[in-house]
Structure formats: C-alpha cells, structure tokens
Ligand binder design. Structure first.
Ligand code: SAM
Length: 213
C-alpha cells in the first residue's frame, strides 16, 4: 500500500522541471514552461478536469462512479495533491490522475483536450485588494476554450456571492462562452470538504454552467 512517503519531488530547486510519475504530474513554479504532451492515462477515454480539487473528495467519487471517463484533479498545494494521489491507490481509481501546479500554467502548457471542466469552490479572495488573485478571469477562461471540445461545458461552484457575480461578468466578456444556467441547488452534484463546511454554516451556493459555442 502506498503512503505519503512514496511521493517525493526528486530534485532540488536548481534541477526542478515538470515531471510525470505514477498518476502524478508535478509542475514547478518559476520555470521556463514549454508546451508538452503528457501521457496522463494508459487507457484512452474522454477526459474531465476539475480545478482546485483540494483533498479530492468530489473528483474521487465522480471517478469511481464513472470509470469510462479519465479524470484530472488540479491543485497547486503539494500536500493536497499528494492526498488525492494516495486516494487513487487506496481506493483503486486508475482513471484519476493528479496535477500539482498552478491551474493557469497547466492549462496553457500541458492540459489535454477535455470534454468538461469543473471548478469547485475556488479560493474567493474576499478582500478587494486580493481580488486580482481570483482564478476565474478572462485570460484563464480564454485558455479553457482552447482545451475544451466544441459544446464542452465549464461549471463553477462558489458560496461567495461577489465571486459568483464576477464569474458571470468574466464569462460574459468571452463571446465563445454561452451561459447555460445559474442554480442555487443541485442535489446530486456531489460532496466535497468545502461543500460540507459551507452547507453546515447555511451558505447559499452558486452553480454556474457555461458552454463553449
Ligand atoms: C477552497 S479550496 C476548495 C477545495 C475543494 N474543491 C473543496 O470543495 O473542498 C480551494 C483549493 O483550490 C486550490 N487552488 C487555489 N487557487 C489555485 C490555482 N490557481 N491553481 C491550482 N489550485 C488552486 C487551493 O490550493 C485549494 O486546495
């Protein structure tokens, strides 16, 4: 059985480079990135990407329920990405691969063509002076259009009303995105750490779905 000790980044800062090993793709920060095709999966199947996966509960459940799809979990924090990697072995989920890296870097340089995209509870950066750090912005949305197949969907979920409004504004700036719906409830959407946390605190959720036209 794999343990956390089985996943270490095998080089020093000076030797750092993107590396794919064993269901785990590591993208270092501050690197001269080049576009590359990574053999994320042994089996060729449609791919769905979740950004900001955290500990991977949502995507792990989805991947177990849908073995005919290949799933990619993306999170920039190594400890969280490693948790998802451990999950793929402990729960035997060969159709789930983990990317440890910045969402925007992964999308620009390494992401494969995807059928669908999910962004579940991205960090809201509630203070106005930090809003520039929010992931859902025009540049990222334009990069998503490049990796998404025609009529593919992007779904974003947040409990932050201000961020939900900004998300709608950012999508509306890209003519290739069509808004499909904005729901406050989606009973069988799936669970995650932050979903459960905010649900217990009675927060209102925003499920926003868009289609690439
Ligand atoms: C609020 S947590 C949500 C985690 C999970 N989706 C859930 O619902 O429990 C946000 C996660 O997004 C990750 N994250 C934030 N910005 C990111 C970025 N630009 N690229 C990749 N991961 C990011 C954080 O490391 C964190 O794990």
């Amino acid at each position: 059985m794999k343990t956390a000790k089985d996943l270490k980044i095998p080089f020093t800062w000076e030797q750092r480079r993107p590396i794919f090993m064993d269901r785990f793709f590591y993208i270092p920060s501050h690197y001269d990135y080049k576009q590359e095709t990574i053999p994320f999966f042994q089996k060729t199947q449609p791919i769905i990407i979740e950004y900001c996966s955290g500990n991977g509960q949502w995507i792990g459940d989805r991947a177990l329920q849908n073995p005919e799809i290949n799933w990619i979990a993306v999170d920039k924090r190594f400890e969280r990405a490693r948790k998802v990697w451990l999950k793929t072995y402990r729960e035997n989920i060969p159709n789930l691969t983990v990317v440890c890296g910045e969402a925007s870097t992964f999308t620009k340089f390494y992401a494969p063509q995807a059928e669908e995209i999910y962004v579940n509870f991205p960090d809201p950066w509630p203070k106005l002076r930090h809003a520039k750090n929010r992931l859902i912005q025009v540049e990222f949305l334009n990069d998503l259009l490049k990796i998404l197949k025609p009529h593919g969907r992007a779904t974003c979920v947040t409990d932050d009303a201000t961020y939900a409004t900004q998300m709608m504004e950012e999508f509306s700036k890209c003519p290739e995105w069509k808004k499909l719906f904005h729901l406050n409830q989606w009973p069988d959407y799936g669970k995650s750490f932050f979903n459960d946390l905010w649900e217990k605190r009675g927060r209102t959720f925003h499920y926003l779905s868009f289609e690439k036209i």
